[in-house]
Design a protein around this ligand. Structure first.
Ligand code: SF4
Ligand code: FES
Length: 371
């Protein structure tokens, strides 16, 4: 065991990158794994067993859209058998009654459903899929009918932030117990769409007031999670609760990552569940130890009082903005590269709203290479 490192709390099982939606802020890597490269059911069963043995408590079945996997219920059942709490993170558009019954029977314990907007036409445009919003509403109703707890994930940005009050009402009407108001994070595909997505400071201030007053009003009814977006923060968030501290991500092909965007970082050879055990990877791999703890930190982080609070912010954002994943995250006002973030924010938030560049298999954003 590395000094002071305990077991991970949760496993994010990215069963597939396949997805019927084409959200312009998709956080999956630019290069998506094909179905033929995905771990098979036996491979995922082994991952779930190893995760439980390592001390993981929860598995989040995610993607892409995990419902495209026909073996999802079998994996949920196996998760329960090895003692893991299972949560399904889904767009909901493929969830029908029969599928949900199968999952409930397998022991699924929680569903997290994403919504793109409260207005159907806008929601479908953002998702890049006709009729998506109606299908999501139907999926939410099925989840509640089945008695499963529901979290609504509202991804907010410049083109829907004005409707945050309606999104809160939507979550209430759907019977959600939790609402995650998630501002878009600018890496992966979202970075290519930053100009179309980055809100203004005025929009953000209104949103923060909306959340604060809804929290007071809905105390005990709806829990609202809210994090100020990095581009307007003075200090970064502890991305993933710190590198290699709480989460393991397993990609569709079986790569083990400290976060979902880590494959974009240069100079890493992320280990695979096909060639090493999860325990070995968690405690002993270079990939997990490289930015773990505080020893790797440059100044000003190294001598900062917050170094064990935010763990230096986000390595992927540091790389996206500075070209070096070991730099201080420019989301910190103390970072030597803060001006990069300030300039991007001022330029993009002041620019006319751009069109979305939609993601789909086989495309990468303009200006990005396939290497
Ligand atoms: Fe966090 Fe580093 Fe900024 Fe301190 S200097 S607040 S540790 S990012
Ligand atoms: Fe990779 Fe933040 S998304 S460290």
């Amino acid at each position: 065991m590395s000094d002071g490192v305990g077991p991970p709390l949760a496993l994010l099982a990215e069963l597939t990158h396949r997805c019927p939606l084409r959200c312009p802020y998709c956080s999956n890597p630019l290069e998506l794994e094909r179905a033929s490269a995905e771990l098979d059911e036996a491979g995922w069963r082994r991952v779930l067993g190893e995760a439980a043995a390592l001390g993981v408590l929860q598995v989040h079945f995610s993607g892409g859209e995990p419902l495209v996997r026909r073996d999802l219920a079998a994996l949920v059942r196996h998760a329960g058998a090895v003692g893991l709490y299972s949560n399904l993170i889904t767009s909901g558009v493929l969830l029908d009654r029969a599928r949900l019954e199968e999952l409930v029977d397998a022991g699924l314990e929680h569903v997290q459903l994403s919504f793109q907007d409260s207005l159907p036409a806008s929601a479908d445009r953002i998702a890049g899929l006709a009729d998506a919003h109606r299908k999501k509403l139907a999926a939410a109703a099925l989840v509640r009918e089945a008695g499963l707890p529901l979290t609504v994930n509202a991804v907010m940005h410049r083109q829907n932030l004005e409707r945050l009050p309606d999104m809160i009402e939507l979550a209430l009407a759907l019977g959600a117990s939790r609402l995650e108001v998630a501002h878009v994070q600018y890496y992966g595909w979202a970075l290519a769409n930053r100009r179309a997505l980055l809100p203004s400071i005025e929009q953000l201030e209104r949103a923060t007031e909306t959340v604060e007053s809804a929290r007071r009003r809905l105390k005990g009814v709806l829990t609202i999670d809210y994090v100020v977006p990095d581009y307007y923060a003075q200090r970064p968030k502890a991305c993933m609760g710190g590198w290699g501290r709480q989460f393991l991500n397993v990609s569709p092909a079986g790569k083990v990552l400290p976060c979902h965007a880590a494959e974009s970082l240069p100079g890493f050879d992320f280990p695979s569940v096909k060639t090493a055990s999860l325990a070995d990877i968690w405690y002993r791999s270079d990939a997990f130890n490289r930015f773990r703890g505080t020893a790797w930190m440059p100044e000003p982080c190294h001598s900062c009082a917050r170094r064990e609070i935010d763990w230096g912010g986000c390595r992927c954002q540091a790389f996206q903005l500075t070209g070096d994943p070991a730099r201080t995250d420019p989301a910190c006002a103390l970072a030597p590269d803060r001006a990069l973030l300030d300039t991007a924010r001022e330029n993009d938030a002041a620019a006319p709203v751009g069109d979305f560049a939609y993601r789909q298999f086989g495309t990468v954003p303009v200006g990005e290479s396939r290497e």
